[in-house]
Design a protein around this ligand. Structure first.
Ligand code: ADP
Ligand code: MG
Length: 256
């Protein structure tokens, strides 16, 4: 086992002559919660899409557990344990919370639906789905219709569905985006909890979330890696402070 779960080497993506991600080197250590931050337009989403195989790099290499996954598809890396939450767009609005997680489990197992029609298999599946719901504190909502859940709880449901695929590396794209204070807090605690025994890479705007739970932070600016380190290190870095000036000054103080 290598210490690095995920490595990007010279990762680059051009869009018609514009370089959105420019020779990015990124190393994500096993067991860490690693944040990818940077001002608007820095290339975070593009980078994330490259790492999750939703975009093809113009050049560079991506390694998962030392194995080259540069040419792999999202479903190929999912089978190896690299899962992007929300990629399955887990929530079927008209089904119950329990049904949603069960469908995720059936998909993850890749077995034909017919197999699950045996009583014992269904009972086991329900049991596992309830365990996952308990992990994200949704067990008492098992019979609620997914559409009726508050926003933060929907995110928790998506996370439960992702956990059903037993990811070794979980990738989260702005997990607290658009949430009120209470939901941000709940989802942050949830990410901390589910990070036990796995690695998480997340794009996150909310600096208090980053400061609170992330072991390591990589800062992108204009497509290039500007800094990397702990929150204390990057927030004290003059180049990082300058990069945030004028876009969202003070954001790195973690005031919100
Ligand atoms: N499909 C695309 N075609 C052309 N330009 C793009 C495309 N996707 C992103 N870009 C450009 O790449 C830069 C980085 O975008 P993005 O990765 O979305 O930044 P961030 O997520 O950090 O805000 C932006 O200038 C954006 O306009
Ligand atoms: Mg973005």
């Amino acid at each position: 086992m290598t210490a690095m779960v995920l490595e990007a080497i010279g990762l680059t993506r051009d869009f018609k002559g514009f370089t959105a991600v420019d020779h990015v080197d990124l190393r994500v250590q096993r067991g860490h919660i690693h944040a990818l931050i940077g001002p608007n337009g820095a290339g975070k989403t593009t980078c994330f899409n490259l790492l999750t195989k939703f975009l093809v790099p113009s050049s560079g290499q991506i390694l998962f557990n030392g194995r080259d996954i540069t040419a792999a598809t999202p479903s190929q890396i999912a089978r190896q344990g690299v899962i992007r939450s929300f990629q399955i767009s887990a929530v079927f609005a008209h089904l119950t919370v329990l049904e949603n997680v069960r469908i995720g489990l059936q998909r993850a197992l890749g077995t034909s639906f017919r197999f699950w029609q045996s009583e014992r298999a269904l009972a086991r599946l329900n049991e596992r789905a309830m365990e996952l719901l308990a992990q994200v504190d949704l067990d008492r909502f098992a019979d609620s219709i997914a559409a009726d859940l508050p926003y933060g709880r929907k995110r928790a449901l998506e996370i439960a569905t992702t956990l059903g695929m037993e990811p070794e590396l979980m990738l989260l794209d702005e997990p607290t985006q658009g949430m009120g204070h209470e939901d941000v807090h709940r989802v942050t605690e949830l990410i901390k909890k589910i990070s036990a025994g796995r690695t998480i890479l997340m794009v996150e705007h909310n600096m208090s979330v980053v400061a609170g739970i992330c072991d390591r932070i990589s800062v992108l600016q204009r497509g290039a890696m500007l800094a990397e380190g702990t929150y204390a290190e990057v927030s004290a870095n003059p180049q990082v402070m300058a990069a945030y000036m004028g876009t969202s000054a003070g954001e790195l103080e973690g005031a919100h």
